[in-house]
Ligand binder design. Structure first.
Ligand SMILES: NC(=O)c1ccc[n+]([C@@H]2O[C@H](COP(=O)([O-])OP(=O)(O)OC[C@H]3O[C@@H](n4cnc5c(N)ncnc54)[C@H](OP(=O)(O)O)[C@@H]3O)[C@@H](O)[C@H]2O)c1
Length: 252
């Protein structure tokens, strides 16, 4: 039987891959609660409308660079889920400054730091903040195999963070911040498996979104349906592997 995550958190859920994750997660699992974060109501209208129509979808304001707000967010999730914990955390928010980032002479310290804050520090620190709720969810279903029916962290990464796949250089901030996220995700997979939590860094494909651009190879529907299949098939042996949306392994 396909495992059903009952309580889910997705960051950066107002557009692109995150918004499509919200749509497919609701359709596929009808979760008890889905917490979907956004920053600005003006560019989150579709998400906010969905939340009006679905009582189990909670749109929550969170700029992931506001680390001091994480405890408040976790408390809100804890109060709503009433002891059930969180089965799935998808750290999807991401930042890619395509301007002034392609050669060493253009690299800017503050720009590098911004990439690291959003793409590396935030997914690490938010996973840390949610760890008690992830552990709690996993403990609720001790007879189920580890995976989506227990607790999973999906770190939305990219093959642009792959060292083995880097054949062109450029995009300093984006590449190195995602490479660091991959290493952190591998570390977490060792750290969290004894707590019943699986972790994967996952490449969503080259996707037609604001970030991916109009020349990208796939749409958000294809990307997200692939991502959810990968998550459903995740197990103790594949935790910590760098996966692609199509179920293949990515090169580190
Ligand atoms: N599209 C691709 O081809 C592709 C390929 C590989 C990996 N990815 C990864 O997939 C993820 C989603 O990308 P996408 O293509 O959907 O990009 P997108 O359309 O540009 O959306 C980025 C999302 O991240 C959010 N975000 C950015 N900075 C944030 C912050 N400080 N706090 C909270 N949220 C923030 C954005 O919120 P706002 O609307 O408030 O800015 C938005 O929801 C990213 O992690 C990206 O690196 C994408």
């Amino acid at each position: 039987m396909t495992p059903r995550p009952k309580n889910i958190v997705v960051t950066g859920a107002n557009r692109g891959i995150g918004l499509e994750l919200v749509k497919q997660l609701i359709f596929r699992y009808n979760p008890d609660n889905l917490f979907a974060t956004y920053r600005d109501p003006e560019n989150s209208k579709e998400l906010l409308k969905l939340a009006e129509q679905n009582g189990n979808l909670h749109a929550v304001v969170l700029d992931v660079q506001n680390f001091e707000k994480y405890a408040e967010f976790v408390s809100k999730v804890e109060a709503t889920t009433q002891g059930a914990g969180v089965n799935l955390l998808i750290n999807n928010s991401g930042f890619f400054n395509k301007e002034n980032n392609s050669s060493l002479s253009q690299v800017d310290k503050d720009d590098l730091l911004r990439h690291f804050a959003i793409n590396t520090l935030a997914p690490i620190m938010l996973t840390k903040a949610f760890l008690p709720l992830l552990e709690k969810a996993s403990l609720q279903e001790p007879s189920q195999p580890l995976g989506l029916g227990r607790a999973v962290v999906c770190q939305v990464s990219t093959t642009m963070g792959s060292i083995g796949d880097n054949t062109s250089g450029g995009a300093y901030g984006y590449r190195i911040s995602k490479t660091a996220l991959n290493q952190a995700s591998k570390n977490m997979s060792f750290d969290l498996i004894p707590k019943g939590v699986l972790v994967i860094p996952l490449h969503p494909g080259w996707v037609r979104t604001d970030m991916g651009g109009s020349n990208a190879l796939i749409n958000t529907e294809e990307s997200v349906s692939g991502i959810l299949s990968v998550l459903e098939n995740l197990n103790e042996d594949t935790s910590g592997h760098f996966m692609r949306f199509d179920g293949k392994e990515a090169l580190w």
